[in-house]
Design a protein around this ligand. Structure first.
Ligand SMILES: NC(=O)c1ccc[n+]([C@@H]2O[C@H](COP(=O)([O-])OP(=O)(O)OC[C@H]3O[C@@H](n4cnc5c(N)ncnc54)[C@H](OP(=O)(O)O)[C@@H]3O)[C@@H](O)[C@H]2O)c1
Length: 345
């Protein structure tokens, strides 16, 4: 008798309107019998990430492929191997990779190769740390922040960096790293609590409300000659405002455009006049551009965490059923730090 498991499916593509928990369904599904080159996994923790919203629109223009409505959603996750017919993996191993939103799942070598999330295939991780760290500060979020700051923005001592999405997974880490390199960091975040965490706990130099009608004046007061760097996690109107205020010349690092992910045409159009007027260099990146340097990045992140120099804040949701809530909450600003689901506490 095949064992049943519970899995989460996206019930329809959602474009031009906000994603809600009602767009997901938990279904009981049979688990297939294990074949050669497959592993049976028990899911321990799942990540919810903004790029996943782009895989739920049905638009083929997104840079990651759309989720198949007939299969469970998947994301970065940590799992325990229960049974293995896949060379290199044994029962009891803890693994990190693109894992189904299922309590248990069978993953084949072909599926592993077809899911380039995070830029690597399934790999073992050690069990000495809280598993959610592998989805946050030591996972793709930390790696993204690291290559965004150390590899792309490259702040110099004394430079001023403004960062949108500052209280999120990437933002909290990228801001701390820019501070470690000697920059002055001004974060933009959507709630008073988030701004307090940025300044009081993470020692950002200042934090502002990006929805404030006086954002321009507040930024000019904090950076009268304009920021040297704008690290952009959100795009849209906020970024347009910041780019008009920058030093000439200065640089804009596009990490993400979350404010545009619900847009029906797949993206808010930017006005390039501030780029021209302020002689801005606009540069984007993904960690995949730096794949050769992953081991060095992981070693540096681990060193900073273990020495108390980098704090990996998490908003942790408990239980498998909370995964859609975590996803929708992350998109609407409920998280401080990395949003993760502890499927098994
Ligand atoms: N380049 C890459 O390879 C790469 C890799 C990972 C992530 N990213 C990008 O980096 C960004 C941050 O990702 P993350 O994983 O760290 O997510 P996150 O920042 O932890 O979560 C998303 C946050 O975005 C903010 N937000 C949502 N809608 C917004 C809007 N309309 N305007 C302004 N802010 C909005 C919310 O915070 P508030 O409460 O402050 O509004 C929310 O908490 C995303 O754009 C993502 O796509 C890029």
């Amino acid at each position: 008798m095949p064992m049943p498991t519970r899995s989460i499916f996206l019930t329809q593509y959602v474009c031009g309107e906000p994603l809600t928990e009602e767009h997901f369904e938990i279904r009981e599904c049979p688990l297939p019998r294990l074949q050669q080159d497959e592993v049976l996994l028990e899911t321990l923790a799942l990540s919810v990430d903004p790029y996943m919203r782009g895989c739920m629109t049905g638009l083929s223009t997104f840079y990651v492929k759309q989720f198949d409505l007939a299969s469970p959603v998947y994301s970065m996750g940590v799992a325990r191997v229960i049974e293995s017919r896949l060379p290199g993996f044994s029962p009891g191993d803890l693994v990190l990779g693109a894992i189904d939103w299922s309590e248990r799942s069978v993953l084949s070598a072909a599926q592993i190769a077809d899911r380039p999330v995070g830029g690597f295939a399934l790999r073992q991780v050690d069990g000495t740390r809280p598993v959610t760290q592998y989805l946050g500060v030591l996972g793709t979020t930390g790696i993204t922040a690291y290559f965004g700051i150390v590899g792309t923005a490259r702040p110099q001592r004394g430079e001023t960096m403004v960062m949108s999405g500052a209280a999120g997974g990437v933002g909290t880490l990228a801001g701390q790293m820019a501070k470690l390199l000697g920059a002055r960091v001004i974060g933009l975040a959507g709630s008073a609590h988030k701004r307090e965490v940025l300044v009081d706990q993470l020692k950002f130099d200042a934090a502002l409300d990006y929805r404030s009608s006086s954002l321009t004046d507040e930024l000019q007061a904090l950076a009268p000659t304009g920021p040297d760097i704008y690290f952009d996690n959100v795009g849209g109107r906020v970024s347009q405002t910041v780019m008009w205020l920058m030093r000439k010349p200065a640089r804009v690092i596009d990490c993400g455009q979350i404010s545009t992910y619900d847009d029906p045409d797949g993206g808010w159009k930017i006005d390039i006049r501030p780029i021209h007027n302020n002689a801005l260099r606009l540069e984007s990146f993904t960690p995949a551009h730096f794949a050769e340097f992953y081991p060095a990045a992981r070693a540096q992140l681990t060193h900073w965490v273990d020495n108390g120099k980098l704090v990996g804040l998490e908003s942790k949701y408990l239980g498998f059923e909370s995964t859609p809530k975590a996803m929708v909450g992350m998109l609407s600003g409920a998280n401080v730090g990395k949003a993760v689901v502890a499927v098994v506490d």
